[in-house]
Design a protein around this ligand. Structure first.
Ligand code: 13P
Ligand code: ZN
Length: 275
């Protein structure tokens, strides 16, 4: 028996490989974290090594103190994760104060959790609190069409939400709350972590201008599906803008967005619709 035979580890690796195959993870781009259930921690515990040193995160989230996370490694390539999980991913434990991690499995050879771990951790704290503990996955990727949009549209939640809702009919059903937008910031630290988690109080997804997208969800399917849906919609937006020279002939109207929401039983974030 190897840790890679445990279902949650297999599902996590599959999500990473699926993202690589979509072209969202050039080089070491992107990162995934999963907040483990207690029974999954117990399944993996026989494979734990002597814990490493505590490493301060620069942010504090008390509500997930003591929890365990699967994480991708900083500088690690998604295309290698399935071939070499021991060096590419790991499990970290959070300390009792909720402000530091230590490695208990994987990240072999001196690797560390993703440089975006502070953003992931704060997003987990906020999404877990907002969903009664249901949300467990935070996913960051570099999908090209969504990034391209951040050079064209004003960097507001309203502009991005409306453009994405209008670019594919199922979008308002998949993310009825809309998406948040973080202006360009230096990645990898506490400042962008706090800015992102502030938006994650309201949204399941946050765009990072000129960089990528953060998605959250209860499981791998939903979270990967959200990333996939948003990027597909962004691709349609870019194609339609390009083909029309920026002059669309028609789009989905606000009363039609409301009609979709009624039919599918979701509540749209009304502040993004015109009265
Ligand atoms: P890491 O290799 O540290 O995960 O960084 C990749 C990335 O996408 C930074 O935003
Ligand atoms: Zn990134």
């Amino acid at each position: 028996m190897a840790i890679t035979q445990i279902k949650i580890v297999q599902d996590y690796i599959r999500m990473c490989t699926d993202g690589w195959e979509q072209g969202w993870h050039e080089r070491n781009g992107g990162n995934v974290t999963y907040r483990m259930r207690p029974e999954e921690v117990e399944q993996c515990r026989p494979f734990f090594s002597a814990p490493g040193e505590w490493n301060p995160m620069g942010v504090t989230g008390a509500n997930l103190a003591g929890e365990y996370f699967l994480t991708t490694g900083s500088g690690k390539y998604f295309r290698n994760i399935a071939l070499d999980p021991l060096h590419s991913i790991g499990i970290v434990e959070i300390n009792a104060a909720g402000d530091a991690w230590r490695i208990v499995w994987g990240l072999a050879g001196g690797a560390k959790p993703t440089s975006e771990f502070p953003s992931h951790y704060m997003n987990h704290c906020v999404r877990a609190a907002a969903t009664g503990g249901a949300y467990r996955v935070i996913y960051h990727a570099h999908p090209a069409n969504l990034i391209a949009m951040t050079y064209v549209l004003p960097l507001t939640a309203r502009d991005f939400t409306r453009a994405l809702w209008q670019s594919a009919t199922e979008c308002p059903v998949v993310f009825p709350g809309g998406v948040g937008v973080v202006p360009w910031m230096v990645p990898g630290g506490a400042e962008i972590a706090l800015a992102t988690s502030e938006l994650m109080k309201e949204f399941d997804a946050a765009v990072w201008a000129h960089h990528g997208l953060f998605c959250s969800g209860p499981d791998f399917d939903t979270t990967f599906g959200l990333m996939h849906t948003i990027e597909k919609s962004a691709q349609i937006w870019v194609l339609a803008q390009s083909a029309s020279g920026g002059k669309l002939r028609q789009t989905i109207r606000d009363d039609e967005l409301r009609a979709i929401a009624r039919e599918f039983g979701v509540t749209l974030n009304e502040k993004f619709l015109d009265p």
